[in-house]
Structures are given as C-alpha cells and as structure tokens.
Design a protein around this ligand. Structure first.
Ligand code: BES
Ligand code: MN
Ligand code: ZN
Length: 492
C-alpha cells in the first residue's frame, strides 16, 4: 500500500474515495471544518441523534455535497475521556474494514482528533500505517481461486511531513510487511512449508536486500558441528533438517549483532511420543518462531535499521518412523552436554539448544529465541501474553516495554534455580522434560543451560502465534515486539 503524509489544513478540499474523521459526537476539530463546508449538514445529523460518538460507532455519508471526497466516514472515538491503545486499534480497524467493504481504493484519515493516553502523534501514525498494511494480508496459496485483494491501495494520513512522522510510517509499514510474511509462512501447510522451503524463502531475502546474507547448513554440516540434539528431531523424517542463518548488516561490521533464534518445527507430530489426533493440524504452526524471525529480518532490512541482526532458524520436522528417536535415547548436543530424551514431543528445546550454541559464534550483543514451545504456556497465559523469560532481569523488563509499545505484549515468568532439578536425569546431564509442574518454566530452564555466555531471553509464543477456530490463522507475532526492540538498539 502507498501511504503518505499530508498536513490536511482544510479537509473539505481533499479528493479521496473516502475521508475518515474521528469524533466524540461534538462539533470540534476536523468535523467542525467539514460541517462548515457542508452547510451545517453534519450539525443537523448530530442534532437528530444519528451519531453519538461512542467508541467505534460509525456514521457513513455516501454522498455529501461541499466536500471533494466522494464519501465521508465518521468514526466514534468515545465520550471525551482519554483513549487507550486498544481503543485506537478498534477505531482504526473499524475504519479500515469499512472502507475495504465499500471497495474504496484510496482514503484520507484525519487523525488529529485522536488522542491516545501517553502516546504522541508518531506512535499513532506508525500504528495506523501498520494496521493499514496488515489489512492487505490474504492467504490464497492453496486455494484454487485466490481471494480478492483488499481494495485499499493508497492512504493519506494527516500529519506534517516531518522526519519523525515519515520514519513512523516507514517503521509501521515495515513491521506490517514482516508480520504478513510471518503469517504467510505460518499459514502454509506442512507439506509445502518444509525445512528446505524455509531455507529457500530465507534465501529470497538475500536476493531482495544487499544488506542481507543467507547461509544454510545441511544435516552433514550439522553432524560435523556435533548438533546431535537438533538432528535427533529430524531423524524420523524424510525431510532433512536445515539450520538457516540470515545476517543483516545495518551498522559497522565490528558492532556485535543481536541474534534472533526461531523454532522452525515445520510439523510436530510429537514423534514416537505421538500427539493425540484432535487439532493436530495446528502443529503446522510449530514453525511460527522461525516465521517471526524471517519476518523481522525482512522488516529490519526494509526499514534499513542501523543495527546488526542475525536470524537463526532451526528447521526440522518431527515425525515417528523406524529411524525416529525413541524415549530413553541419549544424544549429545553441540555444547557437549548430553540429553536423555524422555519425551520426543519436547522437541522444540532440542532444535533450539544447538541453534543457541551456534549463536555463540557471533559474539552477540543479545540473543532472543522465539518458540511455540509449550502447551503449558497456553494454559498459563492464554493467547494474549507471550511468555517472557530471561537470564538478566533488566533484559526482560526491556523486552516487556518493547512489547507494550508495539501492542505485542509479553509477560515475565520465573527462571529460578529452584526449578532446575526437575531436569535431573540418571543417564545424561539432563532430561528433556521436567515433569508435569511448571512446564513452560522447565522448558526455559532447559534452554538456559545453553545460554550461559550471553544476554538471553526466551519468548514462548505457543498461545500467541496463531488463532484457532473460525478465524484460524497465524498472527505474525512477535514481529512487532522484535522490530521495536531492534529499533531501540539502532544507531542515531
Ligand atoms: N509444539 C509443542 C507445544 C505446543 C502445543 C504449542 C500446543 C502450542 C500448542 C511442543 O513441541 C510440545 O509438544 N510440547 C510438549 C512438551 C511436553 C512433552 C513436556 C507439551 O507442551 O505438551
Ligand atoms: Mn512437540
Ligand atoms: Zn513442538
């Protein structure tokens, strides 16, 4: 979508398929100017009680003389009290959905009368650009007839053409581009989106951006590196595992990179510890951590953030077969630590631990892994909050803040030493499961044993990565959180 800024001094002169104005039901700001240009038509409608201004209420004027715009949409922004960020989303999405339904090709959003508690105007512009771009996402890949594209092609946002405002729009649109990529990869079925497919999609980034280099390790190379944990997951599958490294250079070469590690289990049957059948199709989403890494790298490159970032995708398919890993098998990880695999369905931590050891070679400034790691996290937090773990308290706080800014929220969980003994094994340095209690915590404890040498956080996105039910589909989370974090690390 083409999104631009305009000061929009006199809104009646704006030519557009649809002009959107926010109102609390009073004749102030832009609505007042529009009323003046339309011979008090709007005042009459308000007087008649056609519009009260309550949150996300709409008043649609398909034809109105006095304005250059073809249509006018008035969206309620509540009764005067300050608006929350969630309210802003509701208002903006109401307008965007409405215009797409009316087949509008371009629009102008007057945002001046929208005041969000604690947020300045660039925040709203960024949010608006992001929501507009996200609204263009369509999954059509495996439909015989593609869904019609969103009608909106161009949007003008009210705001001065300042550096900060322009930046906000680029950031919002880049974030959304990354979200849409992550959603597509997530939504693609497991028979298309294999580890090798993820490698090929990652390679596309290198072709698209001069700032990105991609390298892919095959199973032989991983064997040489001693990645016995990762390879134990792909052992039962016909699809070979891949370890994908996506390197983005936006800052001086000597600047240590921030590393993102994504769980890319392209289908999780559970392996020999087979999952029950109900909803097993949703385990195609078990690569959403990887998808968010690919999406974030795309976002960072298209926004040209001045920071170095490395994305590592640990891609494997978890299948039962005669060659599959069995409960009780012991494997040796790249770190040298041995692992007794008591449950082959706890495979995410196995692919991640070797990828986390691999991250060490980048001498990273920070490492964040992103994984649909545990059903227990869904039980604990549901779909709204991402589970947030870190070996450094201030890092968790920092990421929590980034999530709040991006409306892609994470909530801190404990990573206390007291939980570690749940991973004790009689036959290896550790077991890969920690019993029924605190399942998402013991999974994080397992990972922490491979992250001793750097600033590390773990995001368990098992609940947040996709929606189930009628609106089944990937959400693209946590691209928003990750983008904000990396932006906060960029020079200038
Ligand atoms: N991918 C699953 C976690 C998951 C389950 C995410 C449901 C979202 C929805 C992961 O590989 C897994 O199977 N974890 C097990 C761990 C257990 C065996 C310790 C789980 O959560 O049941
Ligand atoms: Mn599993
Ligand atoms: Zn899994």
């Amino acid at each position: 979508m083409q999104i631009s800024l305009k000061p929009c001094k006199d809104p009646s002169t704006i030519a557009s398929d649809c002009l959107v104005v926010m109102s609390n039901g009073q004749l102030n700001g832009s609505l007042n100017a529009l009323n003046d240009a339309t011979d008090d038509a709007i005042a009459a409608l308000l007087k008649r009680g056609d519009f009260s201004g309550k949150l996300a209420e709409t008043l649609y004027l398909p034809i109105i003389s006095g304005l250059r715009a073809k249509r006018l949409l008035i969206v309620g922004c509540g009764d005067g009290k300050t608006l929350s960020e969630a309210d802003a989303d509701k208002i903006l999405n109401t307008a965007i959905d409405f215009m797409n339904k009316k087949d509008c090709k371009d629009c102008c959003l007057l945002l001046e009368d929208l005041h969000i508690d604690g947020r300045k105007s660039p925040w709203l512009l960024q949010r608006c650009a992001q929501l507009l771009e996200v609204s263009t996402y369509r999954y059509s890949e495996t439909l015989s007839k593609a869904k019609p594209a969103a009608s909106l092609r161009r949007a003008v946002l009210q705001g001065s053409n300042s550096e900060g405002n322009r930046r906000a729009i680029i950031d919002g649109q880049s974030t959304a581009g990354g979200i849409n990529i992550a959603r597509r990869l997530g939504d693609l079925p497991g028979n298309i989106c294999t580890p090798d497919f993820l490698a090929k999609e990652s390679r596309k980034l290198a072709r698209q951006f001069d700032t990105i280099k991609v390298s892919v390790l095959d199973e032989k190379k991983m064997q040489q590196l001693g990645m016995g944990a990762l390879l134990s997951v792909s052992a039962g599958s016909e699809q070979p595992a891949r370890l994908i490294a996506i390197e983005y250079q936006g800052s001086a070469k000597k600047q240590p990179p921030h590393v993102l590690v994504g769980k890319g289990v392209t289908f999780d049957t559970g392996g020999i510890s087979l999952k029950p059948g109900a909803k097993m199709d949703e385990m195609k989403y078990d690569m959403c951590g990887a998808a968010s890494v690919v999406g974030t790298l795309h976002a960072v490159a298209s926004a040209e953030l001045k920071v170095n970032v490395v994305g590592i995708v640990a891609a494997a398919e978890n299948m039962p077969s005669g060659r599959a890993t069995k409960p009780g098998d012991v494997v040796t990880s790249m770190s040298g630590q041995t692992i007794e695999i008591l449950n082959t369905d706890a495979e995410g931590r196995l692919v991640l631990c070797d990828a986390l050891s691999y991250a060490d070679r980048y001498k990273p400034a920070s490492v964040i892994d992103i994984a649909t790691l545990t059903g227990a996290c869904v039980v604990a937090l549901g779909k709204h909050a991402i589970g947030l773990f870190s070996n450094q308290h201030d890092f968790a706080q920092e990421l929590q803040r980034c999530g709040e800014d991006a409306r892609d929220r994470a909530w801190p969980m404990p990573l206390w030493d007291e939980y570690q003994p749940q991973l004790d094994s009689n036959f290896a340095d550790m077991a890969n499961i920690g019993g029924p209690e605190a399942g998402s915590v013991t999974a994080a404890c397992f990972l922490s044993r491979f992250c001793k040498d750097y600033r590390w956080a773990h995001l368990d996105i098992a609940g947040a990565a996709w929606n189930s039910g009628a609106n089944k589909g990937a959400t693209g989370r946590p691209v928003g959180l990750l983008f904000n974090y990396l932006q906060s690390k960029a020079d200038n």
